[in-house]
Design a protein around this ligand. Structure first.
Ligand code: BDR
Ligand code: CA
Length: 301
């Protein structure tokens, strides 16, 4: 299994992604670091502990990270993820106290203790912690194996502005730092995550599987149906990060450089293809049905 850290702001789809990763033996999850995003840091951190309690994995440390973006105010997304960040779905309380409140220092130490190239980061929220890692611990950052991050809209419309996606818009300055850092980064944008969609039938099948992780995921996606518009199905954004890490062959990627809009308008966080910028790998296509099948199989197992 790959040594893996999940950096996250749970968040309904973060929770499904984490449960999926915990049920996938290919990942050896060393810790969960949290970031403010979908909701404040106290709640995202508590939610990470609640997800681990449900999965009966309280030994995995949770370390709190950035409570606000690098240099701007955070968003309020209670309308999408509920006042508790998990759509009101019932989860147990954390079974262990948090292991620390210096996520960035913890990440740097973990990278320094692990052979270069052998620790992966799966990033499901705003890139604040990762940007701080880049800025404060450049030599540790160079030891990252690979980083897969959900964020951005390349050719598709955004979800918080005409061209802006939430994770990048929540902290555009952080995204700009991370994109320019020359990291082994794959970005999973809305263009792809919108193609991995759960229907009500998918939820029913998952619930029938009967395992706690499957039932919780069914309830979480169900909550998404109530809080967001979208017709017959809903996109599973953050699980695509884990799906890519597990089965990159299900995705097609291109190498692109971006400039990030760091202004204050509706396009804050929008990405513009910039041939002069440092290139990163960006997912462009996905085999949606293969991805959905794998997700359901693992959650039901
Ligand atoms: C991203 O924003 C958050 O609300 C989701 O958890 C996901 O990480 C999608 O734009
Ligand atoms: Ca998220």
């Amino acid at each position: 299994p790959r040594a893996t850290v999940i950096d996250t702001d749970p968040g309904i789809d973060d929770a499904v992604a984490i449960l999926f990763a915990l049920n996938s033996p290919e990942f050896d999850i060393h810790c969960i670091t949290t970031v403010a995003g979908n909701i404040g840091i106290t709640t995202t951190t508590r939610n990470a502990g609640r997800i681990l309690a449900l999965a009966e994995r309280p030994e995995i440390p949770v370390i709190a990270g950035a409570k606000e973006p690098l240099s701007r105010k955070g968003f309020d997304t209670a309308d999408i993820h509920g006042n508790d960040g998990l759509g009101g779905v019932v989860f147990p309380e954390p079974a262990a106290p948090i292991a620390g409140d210096d996520a960035v220092g913890w990440l740097a130490r973990l990278l320094d203790e692990t052979k270069p190239g052998m620790l992966d980061i799966l990033a499901l929220g705003p890139l604040t912690n990762i940007a701080r890692l880049v800025m404060d611990h450049p030599s540790s950052t160079r030891r990252i194996g690979r980083i897969v991050a959900m964020g951005g809209a390349v050719r598709e419309p955004g979800n918080v502005g005409p061209r802006a996606e939430f994770n990048i818009a929540a902290d555009p300055e952080a995204a700009a730092v991370v994109f320019a850092a020359g990291l082994p980064l794959t970005l999973i944008p809305l263009d792809v995550t919108r193609k991995v969609r759960a229907t009500r039938g998918y939820i029913t099948a998952m619930r029938k599987a009967g395992r706690p992780a499957a039932i919780a995921s069914a309830d979480l996606i169900d909550a998404y149906f109530h809080t967001t518009a979208g017709g017959e199905s809903r996109p599973l954004h953050d699980p695509c990060v884990m799906l890519y890490a597990l089965r990159p062959d299900l995705f097609g990627c291109e190498q692109l450089g971006f400039s990030v809009d760091c202004g204050a308008g509706a396009d804050a966080g929008a990405l513009t293809i910039d041939p002069g910028a440092s290139r990163i790998s960006v997912a462009k296509t996905v085999e949606g049905s293969g991805a959905l099948t794998l997700l359901a199989e693992r959650l039901a197992d």
